[in-house]
Structure formats: C-alpha cells, structure tokens
Design a protein around this ligand. Structure first.
Ligand SMILES: [Zn+2]
Ligand SMILES: [Zn+2]
Length: 115
C-alpha cells in the first residue's frame, strides 16, 4: 500500500486477529485530511473483524468490517471541525459521522450517510 503518512499496522483490528487490509480510497481520504490540517492523524479504529465489531457494539453492516472505514483524531483539531471539513470536501458521497472525541469516515459506495 502506498501512503505517505500511514502504515498498514495503524489500521489493524484491535483484537489481534491481524486483519489490516485498509481500502485504498479510504486511505486517500485520510491523506487528504492529513494534508489539509497539516498535523498528524491518529486512527483510533480501522479494520474490524466480525467478532471484534460485535464486541464493540458496531453496526452489523459496518464499513469497518470491510476495511473501508476509519475513526480518526486529528491532533489539536476539534472533531467537529474535522467533520465539517469532510462534509464540505466530499458532498454527496461517503459516510461521515460525528462523535465527541473522534470523527468516523468511510468510503461506502451507497452513500452519502451523515450522522
Ligand atoms: Zn479482529
Ligand atoms: Zn467508525
């Protein structure tokens, strides 16, 4: 995988199963966020195997299970600002979700989804 700022292990399922196949389009979005804010982006949850996704209460059809989603924290930037940027940058597509401490983004093909 070609990425300037991210390594595959950053997307590995937290259960230790080794699932870390992150989608290239999702990676490109994260690179965009990294470039825009010019500060490190921390992936708090990337790939999830079905077992781990169920354990953390993820949606049954979560894009995390497909390696197409990432929950991110942009260092020094409010999650709401990250959410606003993504919504303005990718109108009419993808899944973008707002949470207190992180922002969810996925590159679902049947988007857009906003929450
Ligand atoms: Zn796992
Ligand atoms: Zn998520």
């Amino acid at each position: 995988m070609k990425s300037q700022h991210f390594s595959r292990h950053e997307f590995a399922c937290s259960c230790g199963c080794g699932f870390d196949t992150v989608d290239a389009e999702t990676l490109a979005v994260l690179e965009d966020v990294r470039e825009h804010f010019a500060t490190p982006v921390v992936v708090t949850s990337g790939c999830r195997c079905p077992t781990y996704n169920a354990r953390v209460g993820g949606a049954e059809h979560s894009q995390h299970k497909l390696g197409r989603a990432a929950d991110i924290q942009v260092q020094g930037v409010d999650p709401g600002e990250v959410h606003r940027y993504l919504v303005s940058q990718y109108p009419g597509q993808y899944g973008i979700g707002s949470y207190n401490t992180f922002t969810h983004v996925d590159t679902r093909s049947n988007g857009p989804a906003r929450w």
